[in-house]
Design a protein around this ligand. Structure first.
Ligand code: Q46
Ligand code: ZN
Ligand code: ZN
Length: 310
């Protein structure tokens, strides 16, 4: 198999583009396509400061790398979740630090244990919710909080096309109208509190981000988070992969078709649902205290009752 742009050996076959490319031309393709996505959805500009949510996995590190190549001003933000299985959080944090030093990119790290007194493992042991439900609330809260407090212009995450189409499929199958209204490569600022959230890799497949990370020798955490196993999104990803196998380009058509028809899932323009304010932290919320503060308070309550008993 030869590269379609030159005579070198192809390293990847992108069926949905009917394109085989050598390493050099694939790297160019990947960066150029990311640039196009940023432009297509008007995600941010060269004057903006972009906070990049860095987990230590391939997608977030590759995104950080590509945004630097494209000349954007970025600052990484990593949350140490305190997941001990396979030393997952410690290894993730180390990969983030190494990458940041190697590429001269600034990063801030917050430790759940140091800042709030608990880890995801400890919360999971309380058995109140699944680890991912709790973790998702915590990550969204802290990422937004950091973006707001630093006065940055937006928060970028490494969600790829496989992530986006799996979530879209799940939301459609369950008619999750609230989530469907909010699914977009660019969520604008809202309630004067939530920072804009953007997804520059939303049209890049997992296969592409993996190939790019490999070719650029990006040293990322290889293990999946131990709590990710039962996530329904993994099941939806499998289904989307089977459909893509039969009909190349379905994932991209599915996502773009949804975005083009977004009006069917949106409220009247400019109308925001009325929200309360969390009396504890000030975040707009359906009811006070907000989900994040409830998690912290629940943990503190359990800890103090354990102390009283011992
Ligand atoms: S880190 Fe957190 Fe993920 Fe692990 S506990 Fe679940 S949500 S799987 S992206
Ligand atoms: Zn080539
Ligand atoms: Zn709160």
């Amino acid at each position: 198999m030869k590269c379609k742009k030159c005579t070198k050996k192809a390293v990847i076959n992108l069926k949905s583009y009917n394109l085989s490319l050598c390493a050099e031309h694939f790297e160019d393709f990947f960066v150029e396509k990311t640039r196009e996505t940023i432009k297509r959805y008007k995600l941010f500009s060269k004057n903006d400061i972009v906070i990049v949510a860095i987990s230590g996995g391939k997608d977030s590190l590759a995104l950080w790398y590509v945004l630097k190549l494209l000349g954007y001003k970025t600052h990484g933000f990593h949350i140490d979740l305190g997941i001990k299985f396979n030393n997952y959080s410690e290894i993730s944090k180390q990969k983030v630090i190494n990458f940041s030093e190697k590429n001269g990119l600034p990063v801030s790290i917050v430790s759940l244990k140091e800042s709030f007194g608990f880890t995801i493992d400890e919360y999971k042991k309380m058995g109140q919710r699944t680890a991912c439900a709790t973790c998702g609330i915590i990550k969204r809260y802290l990422l937004n909080d950091f973006t707001r407090k630093t006065g940055a212009d937006c928060l970028a995450t490494g969600h790829n096309l496989d992530d986006e189409t799996a979530v879209l499929l799940g939301n459609l199958l369950n008619w999750q109208m609230g989530y469907l209204k909010r699914q977009h490569p660019k969520l604008p600022a809202s309630y004067g509190y939530f920072a804009p959230r953007v997804k520059p890799f939303c049209e890049r497949t997992e296969k592409e981000t993996a190939a790019y990370s490999f070719l650029k020798k990006i040293d990322y955490v290889q293990d999946e988070c131990p709590y990710s196993e039962n996530a329904s999104s993994i099941f939806y990803k499998k289904i989307m992969n089977e459909i893509e196998q039969r009909s190349a380009g379905t994932k991209l058509r599915f996502l773009r078709g949804f975005i083009d028809n977004k009006k069917f899932f949106s409220e009247e323009r400019g109308v925001e649902e009325r929200l309360d304010i969390c009396l504890n932290c000030g975040q707009p919320t359906v009811s006070s205290p907000c989900a994040f503060c409830r998690i912290v308070q629940r943990f503190q309550k359990v800890i103090s009752s354990e102390r009283r008993e011992s």
